[in-house]
Design a protein around this ligand. Structure first.
Ligand SMILES: C[S@@+](CC[C@H](N)C(=O)[O-])C[C@H]1O[C@@H](n2cnc3c(N)ncnc32)[C@H](O)[C@@H]1O
Length: 265
């Protein structure tokens, strides 16, 4: 079995997403996120969740390019009661779909920030923000394992089909805890996988398709709790793929950073 280090995995993932937007192919099905070792179309049984969780109103309010280059596994905003004036941070923002939609919710007094490690994605997202004339939006090149964001500065962290791609999920959730304000919330749409065969976990070409790096659900939730986030709750779960005995699902998870300032008063 080949063991790959975190940097090898991240550079494979970065190259994969850069290629997708360089060739400007649209991606709205899991096959577009597929590596070469397994055929996700073949593996897919049942429904999968991606863009069809967005409403027509949402989709008609942002540039087509942001929709055509979206690679998510659900709509994290469906479950987030974001308010005007909030600061929202999207981990792995891609071409910007969720940042642009969050920007509408927070209004002129709020901000929506996206982080992505792929320069081609950041470039695309910035163009989409310009086309949408979104002034309260910012895209930062960086890794979600070391977020270019100040401590305790965001009300919401959202993410769509990204954390499964990170080799060290604990690091990502610890960073999420650091940048959230006390009382701030995390709402992620992501992939989890139970009973994945070892060969699939260890093949680097299948990381980028959101399968090989997916943790079993209980381990994913434990990783969030270990970071210090509380009230961890799965709000929705839908099947994504079935590969042999492996069950791959898209989940929406909410958690909150406790506000200890109340306890001190
Ligand atoms: C499956 S796409 C999802 C993009 C976007 N969230 C969407 O819904 O369209 C994964 C994105 O996460 C980014 N990404 C993956 N791992 C990352 C990491 N460790 N740090 C920052 N960005 C990462 C990739 O560059 C890519 O743009």
């Amino acid at each position: 079995m080949t063991v790959h280090n975190a940097e090898q995995i991240k550079s494979t993932v970065r190259e994969h997403y850069a290629d997708l937007v360089r060739s400007d192919e649209s991606c709205c099905s899991p096959s577009d996120c597929c590596g070469t070792e397994i055929n996700i179309e073949e593996a897919l049984k049942g429904d999968f969740a991606n863009q069809n969780e967005y409403t027509d109103v949402q989709l008609s309010s942002i540039p087509n390019d942001a929709i055509e280059n979206s690679f998510g596994c659900g709509n994290p905003l469906m479950y987030a009661d974001i308010c005007e004036g909030d600061v929202v941070l999207d981990l792995g923002s891609g071409a910007g779909i969720d940042v642009l939609l969050a920007a509408q919710l927070v209004g002129a007094s709020g901000r929506a920030i996206g982080i992505d490690m792929t320069p081609e994605m950041i470039e695309k997202a910035r163009k989409n923000a310009e086309e949408a004339a979104a002034k309260n939006v910012e895209f930062r090149l960086g890794e979600i394992e070391s977020m270019p964001v100040e401590d305790g500065s965001v009300d919401w962290i959202i993410s769509n089909c990204v954390i499964n791609l990170a080799p060290d999920k604990d690091l990502v959730f610890r960073e999420a805890y650091r940048v959230l304000k006390p009382g701030g919330k995390l709402l992620v749409s992501d992939i989890v996988a139970n009973h994945l065969p070892k060969w699939l976990r260890s093949t680097i070409s299948n990381w980028a398709n959101c399968i090989s790096g997916a943790l079993p659900e209980d381990q994913y939730l434990d990783s969030i709790r270990r970071a210090g986030l509380e009230g961890v709750q799965v709000l929705n779960k839908s099947p994504y793929a079935k590969i042999g005995k492996a069950e791959v699902a898209s989940i929406k998870v909410r958690a909150i950073k406790p506000d200890r300032t109340y306890a001190l008063q």
